[in-house]
Design a binder for this molecule. Structure first.
Ligand SMILES: O=P(O)(O)OC[C@H]1O[C@H](O)[C@H](O)[C@@H](O)[C@@H]1O
Length: 570
Protein backbone atom coordinates (compact mmCIF):
# COMPACT_ATOMS: atom_id res chain seq x y z
CA UNK A 1 0.00 0.00 0.00
CA UNK A 2 1.26 3.49 -0.80
CA UNK A 3 2.47 5.83 1.95
CA UNK A 4 -0.44 6.82 4.18
CA UNK A 5 0.14 10.52 3.67
CA UNK A 6 0.06 10.22 -0.11
CA UNK A 7 -3.28 8.39 0.12
CA UNK A 8 -4.57 11.01 2.53
CA UNK A 9 -3.68 13.80 0.11
CA UNK A 10 -5.23 11.94 -2.80
CA UNK A 11 -8.52 11.55 -0.91
CA UNK A 12 -8.53 15.08 0.41
CA UNK A 13 -7.85 16.63 -2.97
CA UNK A 14 -10.06 14.37 -5.03
CA UNK A 15 -12.42 16.64 -7.00
CA UNK A 16 -15.56 14.59 -6.44
CA UNK A 17 -14.99 13.43 -2.88
CA UNK A 18 -18.20 13.57 -0.89
CA UNK A 19 -18.47 17.05 0.68
CA UNK A 20 -18.74 16.17 4.36
CA UNK A 21 -15.82 13.73 4.15
CA UNK A 22 -13.76 16.33 2.33
CA UNK A 23 -14.41 18.83 5.10
CA UNK A 24 -13.58 16.25 7.74
CA UNK A 25 -10.29 15.34 6.05
CA UNK A 26 -9.28 18.97 5.53
CA UNK A 27 -9.80 19.63 9.22
CA UNK A 28 -7.35 16.91 10.30
CA UNK A 29 -4.14 18.22 11.81
CA UNK A 30 -2.90 15.33 13.90
CA UNK A 31 -0.42 13.12 12.03
CA UNK A 32 -1.18 10.11 14.20
CA UNK A 33 -4.85 10.43 13.42
CA UNK A 34 -4.11 10.72 9.69
CA UNK A 35 -1.87 7.66 9.87
CA UNK A 36 -4.51 5.65 11.71
CA UNK A 37 -7.12 6.55 9.10
CA UNK A 38 -4.94 5.74 6.09
CA UNK A 39 -2.22 3.21 6.99
CA UNK A 40 -4.32 0.24 5.85
CA UNK A 41 -7.62 -0.78 4.34
CA UNK A 42 -10.36 -2.13 6.57
CA UNK A 43 -10.06 -5.90 6.58
CA UNK A 44 -12.35 -8.86 7.19
CA UNK A 45 -12.02 -9.88 10.85
CA UNK A 46 -13.98 -12.18 13.19
CA UNK A 47 -17.26 -10.71 12.01
CA UNK A 48 -16.81 -9.04 8.63
CA UNK A 49 -15.48 -5.53 8.18
CA UNK A 50 -15.84 -3.19 11.12
CA UNK A 51 -14.47 0.25 11.93
CA UNK A 52 -15.02 3.81 13.05
CA UNK A 53 -17.24 5.87 10.77
CA UNK A 54 -15.27 8.62 9.00
CA UNK A 55 -12.96 9.53 6.14
CA UNK A 56 -10.05 7.20 5.34
CA UNK A 57 -9.22 3.79 3.94
CA UNK A 58 -9.28 2.39 7.47
CA UNK A 59 -12.74 3.79 8.24
CA UNK A 60 -16.33 2.93 7.41
CA UNK A 61 -17.57 5.39 4.77
CA UNK A 62 -19.40 5.35 1.44
CA UNK A 63 -16.17 4.59 -0.42
CA UNK A 64 -15.05 1.64 1.69
CA UNK A 65 -18.59 0.23 1.56
CA UNK A 66 -18.62 0.61 -2.23
CA UNK A 67 -15.27 -1.20 -2.50
CA UNK A 68 -16.45 -4.06 -0.30
CA UNK A 69 -19.60 -4.38 -2.41
CA UNK A 70 -17.63 -4.30 -5.65
CA UNK A 71 -15.55 -7.15 -4.19
CA UNK A 72 -18.74 -9.05 -3.40
CA UNK A 73 -20.23 -8.34 -6.85
CA UNK A 74 -17.11 -9.61 -8.59
CA UNK A 75 -17.04 -12.67 -6.38
CA UNK A 76 -20.64 -13.46 -7.29
CA UNK A 77 -20.24 -12.90 -11.01
CA UNK A 78 -16.81 -14.49 -11.48
CA UNK A 79 -16.54 -17.16 -8.79
CA UNK A 80 -20.01 -18.63 -8.31
CA UNK A 81 -22.44 -20.30 -10.64
CA UNK A 82 -25.51 -18.14 -11.17
CA UNK A 83 -24.71 -16.26 -7.96
CA UNK A 84 -25.36 -12.98 -9.71
CA UNK A 85 -28.81 -14.10 -10.85
CA UNK A 86 -30.08 -15.28 -7.49
CA UNK A 87 -29.64 -11.86 -5.97
CA UNK A 88 -28.36 -10.41 -2.72
CA UNK A 89 -30.40 -9.51 0.38
CA UNK A 90 -29.43 -6.27 2.10
CA UNK A 91 -30.38 -5.39 5.66
CA UNK A 92 -29.26 -2.71 8.08
CA UNK A 93 -29.61 -1.84 11.72
CA UNK A 94 -30.48 1.46 13.42
CA UNK A 95 -26.96 2.88 13.63
CA UNK A 96 -25.66 6.13 12.23
CA UNK A 97 -25.12 5.68 8.44
CA UNK A 98 -26.52 2.13 8.36
CA UNK A 99 -29.29 3.00 5.91
CA UNK A 100 -26.91 5.10 3.75
CA UNK A 101 -24.37 2.27 3.56
CA UNK A 102 -27.08 -0.27 2.77
CA UNK A 103 -28.47 2.00 0.09
CA UNK A 104 -25.15 2.56 -1.66
CA UNK A 105 -24.33 -1.15 -1.46
CA UNK A 106 -27.61 -1.83 -3.34
CA UNK A 107 -26.73 0.76 -5.94
CA UNK A 108 -23.35 -0.89 -6.54
CA UNK A 109 -25.01 -4.29 -7.02
CA UNK A 110 -27.52 -2.78 -9.46
CA UNK A 111 -24.58 -1.28 -11.35
CA UNK A 112 -23.15 -4.80 -11.66
CA UNK A 113 -26.50 -6.16 -12.86
CA UNK A 114 -27.23 -8.06 -9.64
CA UNK A 115 -30.76 -8.26 -8.27
CA UNK A 116 -31.22 -6.83 -4.76
CA UNK A 117 -33.72 -7.63 -2.03
CA UNK A 118 -33.73 -4.53 0.16
CA UNK A 119 -35.37 -4.43 3.58
CA UNK A 120 -38.00 -1.70 3.90
CA UNK A 121 -36.70 -0.73 7.38
CA UNK A 122 -34.05 -1.73 9.89
CA UNK A 123 -33.96 -5.44 10.83
CA UNK A 124 -31.88 -7.69 13.09
CA UNK A 125 -28.90 -9.66 11.78
CA UNK A 126 -30.56 -13.04 12.40
CA UNK A 127 -33.44 -11.97 10.15
CA UNK A 128 -30.99 -11.22 7.37
CA UNK A 129 -29.57 -14.72 7.74
CA UNK A 130 -33.12 -16.10 7.69
CA UNK A 131 -34.06 -14.02 4.63
CA UNK A 132 -31.09 -15.20 2.55
CA UNK A 133 -32.29 -18.77 2.98
CA UNK A 134 -35.97 -17.96 2.59
CA UNK A 135 -35.48 -15.97 -0.61
CA UNK A 136 -32.90 -18.46 -1.92
CA UNK A 137 -30.53 -15.61 -2.60
CA UNK A 138 -26.86 -16.00 -3.41
CA UNK A 139 -25.67 -13.80 -0.57
CA UNK A 140 -26.60 -11.28 2.07
CA UNK A 141 -25.11 -8.08 3.43
CA UNK A 142 -25.80 -6.80 6.91
CA UNK A 143 -24.79 -3.25 7.80
CA UNK A 144 -24.08 -3.20 11.52
CA UNK A 145 -21.27 -2.91 14.03
CA UNK A 146 -23.21 -5.21 16.34
CA UNK A 147 -22.49 -4.29 19.98
CA UNK A 148 -19.72 -1.73 19.32
CA UNK A 149 -20.10 1.92 20.42
CA UNK A 150 -22.15 4.34 18.27
CA UNK A 151 -19.11 5.71 16.44
CA UNK A 152 -18.67 2.36 14.68
CA UNK A 153 -20.32 0.62 11.78
CA UNK A 154 -19.63 -2.56 9.87
CA UNK A 155 -20.33 -4.80 6.90
CA UNK A 156 -21.05 -8.50 7.28
CA UNK A 157 -21.31 -10.81 4.27
CA UNK A 158 -23.48 -13.92 4.25
CA UNK A 159 -23.35 -16.83 1.85
CA UNK A 160 -26.28 -18.63 0.22
CA UNK A 161 -26.73 -20.90 3.24
CA UNK A 162 -27.37 -17.95 5.49
CA UNK A 163 -24.09 -18.12 7.36
CA UNK A 164 -21.41 -15.46 7.50
CA UNK A 165 -18.75 -16.22 4.92
CA UNK A 166 -15.61 -17.85 6.22
CA UNK A 167 -12.02 -17.04 5.24
CA UNK A 168 -12.24 -19.00 1.95
CA UNK A 169 -14.76 -16.59 0.54
CA UNK A 170 -13.71 -13.44 2.39
CA UNK A 171 -10.17 -13.94 1.03
CA UNK A 172 -11.51 -14.01 -2.53
CA UNK A 173 -13.62 -10.91 -1.85
CA UNK A 174 -10.55 -9.20 -0.36
CA UNK A 175 -8.54 -9.99 -3.50
CA UNK A 176 -11.33 -8.62 -5.64
CA UNK A 177 -11.43 -5.48 -3.49
CA UNK A 178 -7.68 -5.09 -3.93
CA UNK A 179 -8.13 -5.17 -7.69
CA UNK A 180 -10.71 -2.35 -7.65
CA UNK A 181 -9.16 0.25 -9.90
CA UNK A 182 -10.84 3.44 -8.81
CA UNK A 183 -11.22 3.38 -5.06
CA UNK A 184 -13.00 6.72 -5.01
CA UNK A 185 -15.76 5.76 -7.41
CA UNK A 186 -19.40 5.96 -6.40
CA UNK A 187 -22.28 4.38 -8.34
CA UNK A 188 -25.24 6.35 -9.68
CA UNK A 189 -27.49 7.19 -6.72
CA UNK A 190 -30.62 5.78 -8.28
CA UNK A 191 -32.25 3.57 -5.67
CA UNK A 192 -35.74 4.93 -6.33
CA UNK A 193 -35.54 4.33 -10.06
CA UNK A 194 -34.10 0.86 -9.45
CA UNK A 195 -37.05 0.07 -7.18
CA UNK A 196 -39.46 1.23 -9.91
CA UNK A 197 -37.62 -0.90 -12.45
CA UNK A 198 -37.73 -3.87 -10.06
CA UNK A 199 -33.97 -4.18 -9.99
CA UNK A 200 -34.29 -3.64 -6.28
CA UNK A 201 -37.16 -5.52 -4.61
CA UNK A 202 -38.36 -4.19 -1.28
CA UNK A 203 -38.90 -6.93 1.27
CA UNK A 204 -40.16 -6.95 4.84
CA UNK A 205 -43.62 -8.03 5.87
CA UNK A 206 -43.57 -11.56 4.47
CA UNK A 207 -40.14 -12.25 6.00
CA UNK A 208 -41.40 -10.91 9.35
CA UNK A 209 -44.31 -13.36 9.25
CA UNK A 210 -42.26 -16.39 8.27
CA UNK A 211 -39.55 -15.64 10.79
CA UNK A 212 -42.18 -15.17 13.48
CA UNK A 213 -43.70 -18.57 12.68
CA UNK A 214 -40.31 -20.24 12.79
CA UNK A 215 -39.59 -18.65 16.16
CA UNK A 216 -42.66 -20.26 17.71
CA UNK A 217 -41.35 -23.69 16.76
CA UNK A 218 -38.32 -23.44 19.07
CA UNK A 219 -40.50 -23.45 22.18
CA UNK A 220 -41.22 -26.58 24.18
CA UNK A 221 -44.13 -25.13 26.15
CA UNK A 222 -45.60 -22.21 24.17
CA UNK A 223 -48.80 -22.50 26.20
CA UNK A 224 -46.91 -21.49 29.32
CA UNK A 225 -46.32 -18.02 27.86
CA UNK A 226 -49.98 -17.61 26.94
CA UNK A 227 -51.30 -18.60 30.31
CA UNK A 228 -52.97 -15.59 31.89
CA UNK A 229 -52.29 -16.97 35.35
CA UNK A 230 -48.58 -17.13 34.75
CA UNK A 231 -46.82 -14.63 36.98
CA UNK A 232 -43.30 -14.39 35.59
CA UNK A 233 -42.33 -10.76 34.96
CA UNK A 234 -39.84 -9.90 32.24
CA UNK A 235 -38.19 -6.58 31.45
CA UNK A 236 -36.68 -6.07 28.02
CA UNK A 237 -34.57 -3.41 26.35
CA UNK A 238 -33.56 -3.44 22.68
CA UNK A 239 -30.84 -0.85 23.47
CA UNK A 240 -32.09 1.39 20.62
CA UNK A 241 -31.73 -1.46 18.17
CA UNK A 242 -33.70 -3.74 15.90
CA UNK A 243 -34.79 -6.34 18.46
CA UNK A 244 -37.93 -4.57 19.64
CA UNK A 245 -40.26 -5.19 16.68
CA UNK A 246 -39.74 -8.96 16.26
CA UNK A 247 -39.73 -9.54 20.01
CA UNK A 248 -42.90 -7.51 20.49
CA UNK A 249 -44.51 -9.39 17.60
CA UNK A 250 -43.70 -12.87 18.81
CA UNK A 251 -44.83 -12.20 22.38
CA UNK A 252 -48.00 -10.65 21.05
CA UNK A 253 -48.62 -13.75 18.93
CA UNK A 254 -48.20 -15.88 22.03
CA UNK A 255 -50.42 -13.63 24.13
CA UNK A 256 -47.67 -13.01 26.67
CA UNK A 257 -48.53 -9.82 28.49
CA UNK A 258 -45.82 -9.62 31.17
CA UNK A 259 -43.11 -8.22 28.94
CA UNK A 260 -42.22 -4.71 30.14
CA UNK A 261 -40.21 -2.75 27.61
CA UNK A 262 -37.82 0.14 28.31
CA UNK A 263 -39.69 2.40 25.88
CA UNK A 264 -37.08 5.14 25.83
CA UNK A 265 -34.61 2.65 24.37
CA UNK A 266 -36.97 1.67 21.53
CA UNK A 267 -36.62 5.14 20.03
CA UNK A 268 -34.70 6.08 16.95
CA UNK A 269 -31.43 7.40 18.37
CA UNK A 270 -28.15 6.30 16.78
CA UNK A 271 -26.23 7.84 19.67
CA UNK A 272 -27.84 5.32 22.04
CA UNK A 273 -28.07 8.30 24.40
CA UNK A 274 -29.29 6.62 27.57
CA UNK A 275 -27.25 3.42 27.18
CA UNK A 276 -23.70 3.77 28.48
CA UNK A 277 -22.86 0.86 26.18
CA UNK A 278 -24.88 -1.06 23.60
CA UNK A 279 -23.09 -4.27 24.62
CA UNK A 280 -25.44 -6.48 26.66
CA UNK A 281 -22.46 -8.45 28.02
CA UNK A 282 -21.88 -5.44 30.27
CA UNK A 283 -23.85 -4.55 33.38
CA UNK A 284 -23.87 -0.82 32.45
CA UNK A 285 -26.09 -1.64 29.46
CA UNK A 286 -28.85 -2.52 31.93
CA UNK A 287 -28.98 0.81 33.81
CA UNK A 288 -32.48 1.81 32.67
CA UNK A 289 -33.73 -1.75 32.42
CA UNK A 290 -32.76 -2.33 36.02
CA UNK A 291 -34.81 0.67 37.21
CA UNK A 292 -37.86 -0.72 35.48
CA UNK A 293 -37.07 -4.23 36.72
CA UNK A 294 -37.03 -3.05 40.30
CA UNK A 295 -40.37 -1.35 39.84
CA UNK A 296 -41.94 -4.38 38.18
CA UNK A 297 -40.26 -6.86 40.52
CA UNK A 298 -38.99 -8.66 37.43
CA UNK A 299 -37.69 -12.22 37.48
CA UNK A 300 -35.75 -11.81 34.27
CA UNK A 301 -34.20 -8.81 32.52
CA UNK A 302 -33.17 -9.13 28.88
CA UNK A 303 -31.21 -6.83 26.58
CA UNK A 304 -30.42 -7.37 22.91
CA UNK A 305 -27.67 -5.41 21.15
CA UNK A 306 -28.45 -3.05 18.23
CA UNK A 307 -28.57 -5.83 15.61
CA UNK A 308 -30.20 -8.25 18.07
CA UNK A 309 -27.80 -11.10 17.52
CA UNK A 310 -26.57 -11.05 21.12
CA UNK A 311 -28.48 -11.19 24.34
CA UNK A 312 -27.56 -10.18 27.88
CA UNK A 313 -29.40 -11.46 30.95
CA UNK A 314 -29.97 -10.37 34.52
CA UNK A 315 -31.76 -12.76 36.82
CA UNK A 316 -33.31 -12.02 40.14
CA UNK A 317 -33.88 -14.13 43.18
CA UNK A 318 -34.78 -13.46 46.77
CA UNK A 319 -31.30 -13.96 48.17
CA UNK A 320 -29.11 -12.34 45.56
CA UNK A 321 -31.26 -9.62 44.01
CA UNK A 322 -30.39 -8.88 40.36
CA UNK A 323 -27.28 -10.54 39.00
CA UNK A 324 -25.81 -10.46 35.53
CA UNK A 325 -25.07 -13.84 33.99
CA UNK A 326 -21.97 -14.39 31.89
CA UNK A 327 -22.39 -15.52 28.30
CA UNK A 328 -21.30 -19.01 29.34
CA UNK A 329 -23.82 -19.19 32.16
CA UNK A 330 -26.66 -18.23 29.82
CA UNK A 331 -25.45 -20.86 27.35
CA UNK A 332 -25.18 -23.57 29.94
CA UNK A 333 -28.67 -22.86 31.30
CA UNK A 334 -30.21 -23.00 27.83
CA UNK A 335 -28.27 -26.11 26.89
CA UNK A 336 -29.36 -27.94 30.02
CA UNK A 337 -32.99 -27.02 29.44
CA UNK A 338 -32.94 -27.92 25.75
CA UNK A 339 -31.29 -31.30 26.28
CA UNK A 340 -33.55 -32.16 29.23
CA UNK A 341 -36.68 -31.33 27.25
CA UNK A 342 -35.50 -33.04 24.08
CA UNK A 343 -34.48 -36.14 26.03
CA UNK A 344 -37.96 -36.28 27.63
CA UNK A 345 -39.49 -36.20 24.16
CA UNK A 346 -36.98 -38.79 22.88
CA UNK A 347 -35.69 -36.35 20.31
CA UNK A 348 -31.99 -36.83 21.03
CA UNK A 349 -30.03 -39.38 19.04
CA UNK A 350 -26.50 -40.71 18.94
CA UNK A 351 -25.91 -38.18 16.16
CA UNK A 352 -26.84 -35.22 18.40
CA UNK A 353 -24.21 -32.50 18.58
CA UNK A 354 -23.68 -29.25 20.47
CA UNK A 355 -21.49 -26.58 18.89
CA UNK A 356 -19.33 -24.15 20.84
CA UNK A 357 -16.06 -22.27 20.42
CA UNK A 358 -12.69 -23.18 21.97
CA UNK A 359 -12.84 -20.21 24.36
CA UNK A 360 -16.33 -21.02 25.68
CA UNK A 361 -17.07 -22.90 28.91
CA UNK A 362 -16.26 -26.60 29.04
CA UNK A 363 -19.11 -27.17 31.46
CA UNK A 364 -21.27 -27.55 28.38
CA UNK A 365 -19.19 -30.57 27.28
CA UNK A 366 -19.94 -32.25 30.61
CA UNK A 367 -23.66 -31.51 30.38
CA UNK A 368 -23.83 -32.72 26.78
CA UNK A 369 -21.88 -35.88 27.67
CA UNK A 370 -24.31 -36.73 30.42
CA UNK A 371 -27.07 -36.80 27.78
CA UNK A 372 -24.92 -38.87 25.41
CA UNK A 373 -24.54 -35.82 23.16
CA UNK A 374 -21.17 -34.93 21.66
CA UNK A 375 -19.62 -31.50 21.36
CA UNK A 376 -17.83 -30.03 18.36
CA UNK A 377 -15.61 -27.02 18.99
CA UNK A 378 -14.86 -24.27 16.50
CA UNK A 379 -12.62 -21.23 16.42
CA UNK A 380 -13.98 -17.93 17.77
CA UNK A 381 -16.66 -16.41 15.56
CA UNK A 382 -20.21 -17.55 15.10
CA UNK A 383 -19.51 -17.89 11.39
CA UNK A 384 -17.71 -21.14 12.20
CA UNK A 385 -20.70 -22.43 14.13
CA UNK A 386 -23.01 -21.48 11.24
CA UNK A 387 -20.67 -23.23 8.83
CA UNK A 388 -20.74 -26.42 10.91
CA UNK A 389 -24.55 -26.38 11.08
CA UNK A 390 -24.61 -26.34 7.30
CA UNK A 391 -22.02 -29.12 7.02
CA UNK A 392 -24.09 -31.23 9.40
CA UNK A 393 -27.23 -30.65 7.36
CA UNK A 394 -25.47 -31.55 4.14
CA UNK A 395 -23.83 -34.72 5.40
CA UNK A 396 -26.68 -35.88 7.60
CA UNK A 397 -24.07 -37.37 9.92
CA UNK A 398 -24.95 -35.19 12.88
CA UNK A 399 -28.03 -33.65 14.38
CA UNK A 400 -27.73 -30.03 15.52
CA UNK A 401 -29.01 -29.42 19.04
CA UNK A 402 -27.65 -26.04 20.11
CA UNK A 403 -24.79 -23.64 19.38
CA UNK A 404 -23.29 -21.02 21.64
CA UNK A 405 -20.27 -18.92 22.41
CA UNK A 406 -19.10 -17.07 25.50
CA UNK A 407 -19.68 -13.66 23.93
CA UNK A 408 -23.46 -13.95 24.43
CA UNK A 409 -24.23 -15.66 21.13
CA UNK A 410 -26.81 -18.50 20.89
CA UNK A 411 -28.56 -20.46 18.17
CA UNK A 412 -31.47 -22.80 18.87
CA UNK A 413 -33.42 -23.22 15.63
CA UNK A 414 -31.31 -23.70 12.51
CA UNK A 415 -33.64 -21.65 10.31
CA UNK A 416 -31.06 -18.96 11.15
CA UNK A 417 -27.35 -19.63 10.65
CA UNK A 418 -25.94 -17.01 12.98
CA UNK A 419 -26.43 -16.18 16.60
CA UNK A 420 -29.96 -15.04 17.32
CA UNK A 421 -30.81 -12.85 20.32
CA UNK A 422 -34.53 -13.07 19.56
CA UNK A 423 -34.65 -16.86 19.69
CA UNK A 424 -32.64 -16.69 22.91
CA UNK A 425 -35.01 -14.12 24.47
CA UNK A 426 -38.00 -16.29 23.70
CA UNK A 427 -36.56 -19.49 25.11
CA UNK A 428 -35.26 -17.75 28.22
CA UNK A 429 -38.76 -16.41 28.95
CA UNK A 430 -40.22 -19.87 28.62
CA UNK A 431 -37.53 -21.21 30.95
CA UNK A 432 -38.09 -18.48 33.55
CA UNK A 433 -41.86 -19.08 33.46
CA UNK A 434 -41.49 -22.84 33.70
CA UNK A 435 -39.00 -22.75 36.57
CA UNK A 436 -41.05 -20.14 38.40
CA UNK A 437 -43.91 -22.62 38.47
CA UNK A 438 -41.53 -24.91 40.34
CA UNK A 439 -40.54 -22.03 42.65
CA UNK A 440 -37.06 -21.82 41.18
CA UNK A 441 -35.22 -18.80 39.83
CA UNK A 442 -32.81 -19.22 36.91
CA UNK A 443 -30.06 -18.48 39.38
CA UNK A 444 -31.05 -21.44 41.52
CA UNK A 445 -31.22 -23.67 38.46
CA UNK A 446 -27.71 -22.59 37.53
CA UNK A 447 -26.51 -23.44 40.99
CA UNK A 448 -28.04 -26.89 40.80
CA UNK A 449 -26.21 -27.43 37.50
CA UNK A 450 -22.96 -26.41 39.20
CA UNK A 451 -23.62 -28.78 42.07
CA UNK A 452 -24.25 -31.64 39.68
CA UNK A 453 -21.35 -31.04 37.27
CA UNK A 454 -18.85 -28.97 39.28
CA UNK A 455 -18.43 -25.21 39.56
CA UNK A 456 -17.06 -23.73 36.34
CA UNK A 457 -16.70 -20.00 36.88
CA UNK A 458 -15.47 -17.90 34.02
CA UNK A 459 -14.30 -14.39 33.33
CA UNK A 460 -12.65 -12.36 30.65
CA UNK A 461 -10.06 -9.61 30.72
CA UNK A 462 -8.99 -7.50 27.81
CA UNK A 463 -6.01 -5.25 27.25
CA UNK A 464 -6.03 -2.55 24.60
CA UNK A 465 -3.26 -1.61 22.24
CA UNK A 466 -4.54 0.93 19.72
CA UNK A 467 -3.46 2.00 16.24
CA UNK A 468 -0.70 0.80 13.97
CA UNK A 469 1.85 0.48 16.79
CA UNK A 470 -0.72 -1.33 18.91
CA UNK A 471 -1.36 -3.89 16.20
CA UNK A 472 2.34 -4.69 16.02
CA UNK A 473 2.57 -4.80 19.80
CA UNK A 474 -0.23 -7.36 20.00
CA UNK A 475 1.57 -9.54 17.48
CA UNK A 476 4.91 -9.21 19.32
CA UNK A 477 3.22 -10.04 22.59
CA UNK A 478 1.69 -13.27 21.25
CA UNK A 479 5.10 -14.30 19.88
CA UNK A 480 6.68 -13.56 23.22
CA UNK A 481 4.11 -15.73 24.94
CA UNK A 482 5.09 -18.55 22.62
CA UNK A 483 8.73 -18.21 23.62
CA UNK A 484 7.97 -17.91 27.35
CA UNK A 485 4.74 -19.77 28.01
CA UNK A 486 2.95 -19.55 31.36
CA UNK A 487 3.98 -22.48 33.54
CA UNK A 488 2.13 -22.19 36.79
CA UNK A 489 -0.54 -20.15 38.51
CA UNK A 490 -0.40 -20.34 42.29
CA UNK A 491 -0.30 -24.08 43.14
CA UNK A 492 -1.53 -25.22 39.79
CA UNK A 493 0.76 -26.29 37.00
CA UNK A 494 0.07 -25.94 33.32
CA UNK A 495 -0.18 -29.52 32.05
CA UNK A 496 -0.90 -28.73 28.41
CA UNK A 497 -0.26 -25.79 26.12
CA UNK A 498 -2.51 -25.76 23.07
CA UNK A 499 -1.13 -23.45 20.43
CA UNK A 500 -3.63 -23.16 17.59
CA UNK A 501 -1.23 -21.21 15.40
CA UNK A 502 -0.36 -24.20 13.27
CA UNK A 503 -3.76 -25.83 13.46
CA UNK A 504 -4.88 -27.93 16.41
CA UNK A 505 -7.68 -30.42 17.07
CA UNK A 506 -8.46 -30.43 13.33
CA UNK A 507 -9.12 -26.71 13.35
CA UNK A 508 -7.61 -24.29 10.86
CA UNK A 509 -4.65 -22.20 12.10
CA UNK A 510 -5.53 -19.31 14.40
CA UNK A 511 -3.56 -17.03 16.69
CA UNK A 512 -4.78 -18.53 20.00
CA UNK A 513 -2.93 -20.10 22.92
CA UNK A 514 -4.74 -22.14 25.55
CA UNK A 515 -3.22 -23.32 28.83
CA UNK A 516 -4.81 -26.23 30.64
CA UNK A 517 -4.04 -26.42 34.36
CA UNK A 518 -3.80 -29.63 36.40
CA UNK A 519 -7.27 -29.06 37.93
CA UNK A 520 -8.96 -28.57 34.50
CA UNK A 521 -9.07 -24.82 34.95
CA UNK A 522 -7.82 -23.06 31.82
CA UNK A 523 -6.69 -19.77 30.30
CA UNK A 524 -6.96 -18.82 26.63
CA UNK A 525 -5.31 -15.81 25.03
CA UNK A 526 -5.97 -14.36 21.57
CA UNK A 527 -6.01 -11.03 19.77
CA UNK A 528 -9.57 -9.84 19.18
CA UNK A 529 -10.64 -9.82 15.56
CA UNK A 530 -13.07 -6.94 16.06
CA UNK A 531 -11.27 -4.56 18.41
CA UNK A 532 -7.63 -3.53 19.02
CA UNK A 533 -7.15 -5.71 22.07
CA UNK A 534 -5.86 -8.94 23.48
CA UNK A 535 -8.56 -11.04 25.08
CA UNK A 536 -7.81 -13.30 28.00
CA UNK A 537 -10.47 -15.88 28.87
CA UNK A 538 -10.17 -17.92 32.03
CA UNK A 539 -12.19 -20.58 33.72
CA UNK A 540 -11.81 -21.91 37.27
CA UNK A 541 -13.08 -25.39 38.00
CA UNK A 542 -13.73 -26.87 41.46
CA UNK A 543 -16.26 -29.01 43.31
CA UNK A 544 -17.30 -26.18 45.63
CA UNK A 545 -18.24 -22.61 44.82
CA UNK A 546 -15.89 -21.09 47.36
CA UNK A 547 -12.93 -23.00 46.05
CA UNK A 548 -13.74 -22.08 42.45
CA UNK A 549 -14.18 -18.45 43.50
CA UNK A 550 -10.79 -18.41 45.24
CA UNK A 551 -9.12 -19.89 42.18
CA UNK A 552 -10.82 -17.30 40.04
CA UNK A 553 -9.58 -14.46 42.24
CA UNK A 554 -6.02 -15.80 42.12
CA UNK A 555 -6.11 -16.19 38.35
CA UNK A 556 -7.54 -12.70 37.87
CA UNK A 557 -4.90 -11.16 40.10
CA UNK A 558 -2.10 -13.01 38.38
CA UNK A 559 -3.28 -12.22 34.85
CA UNK A 560 -3.95 -8.58 35.66
CA UNK A 561 -0.46 -8.16 37.02
CA UNK A 562 1.13 -10.00 34.13
CA UNK A 563 -0.62 -7.93 31.48
CA UNK A 564 -0.30 -4.60 33.30
CA UNK A 565 3.47 -5.14 33.38
CA UNK A 566 3.41 -5.75 29.64
CA UNK A 567 1.26 -2.72 28.96
CA UNK A 568 3.97 -0.53 30.44
CA UNK A 569 5.85 -1.25 27.22
CA UNK A 570 3.04 0.16 25.10
O1 LIG B 1 -13.22 -11.74 20.06
P1 LIG B 1 -13.49 -11.00 18.79
O2 LIG B 1 -12.62 -11.48 17.67
O3 LIG B 1 -13.46 -9.54 19.00
O4 LIG B 1 -14.95 -11.40 18.39
C1 LIG B 1 -15.99 -11.23 19.30
C2 LIG B 1 -17.30 -11.60 18.66
O5 LIG B 1 -17.49 -10.74 17.57
C3 LIG B 1 -18.69 -10.89 16.85
O6 LIG B 1 -19.77 -10.61 17.67
C4 LIG B 1 -18.79 -12.30 16.32
O7 LIG B 1 -20.02 -12.51 15.68
C5 LIG B 1 -18.63 -13.27 17.44
O8 LIG B 1 -18.70 -14.56 16.95
C6 LIG B 1 -17.34 -13.02 18.18
O9 LIG B 1 -17.23 -13.87 19.27
Amino acid sequence: MEDYFVTYRRWKEHPTLEVSLKKELHALNDLKEIEDRFYKHLEFGTAGIRGLIGGGTNRMNLYTVVQATEGLAKYLTDHTQKGDQKGVVIAYDTRHMSYDFARIASEVLVHYGIKVYFFDAARPTPMLSFAVRYLQAAAGVMITASHNPPAYNGYKVYGENGNQVGPNISDIITKEIESVRDRLWLPERTIHLAIEQKKILLVGKEIDEKYNQSLLAILFRPEILSNQNMDVQVVYTPLYGTGYKPIHKVFQTLGFSNLHVVTLQTENDPLFSTAPTPNPEKLEAFELAMELAQKMKADLVLATDPDADRIGVLVSDVIHGFRILTGNQIGVLMLHYILTERAKRRLLSERSVVLKTIVSSELSNKIANSFGVSTIETLTGFKYIGEKVEEMKQSGENQFEFGFEESNGYLIGDFVRDKDGIQAALLLCEMAAYYKQQHLSLYEVLDSIYRAYGYHLDEQLSFEWEGKVGQKQIFVFMEDLRRHPLEKIDDHHVIQVKDYENGMDQLPPSNVIKYILDDHSWIAIRPSGTEPKIKVYFSAVAKERKLAQNKMDTMRKYLNLYFSELQKFK
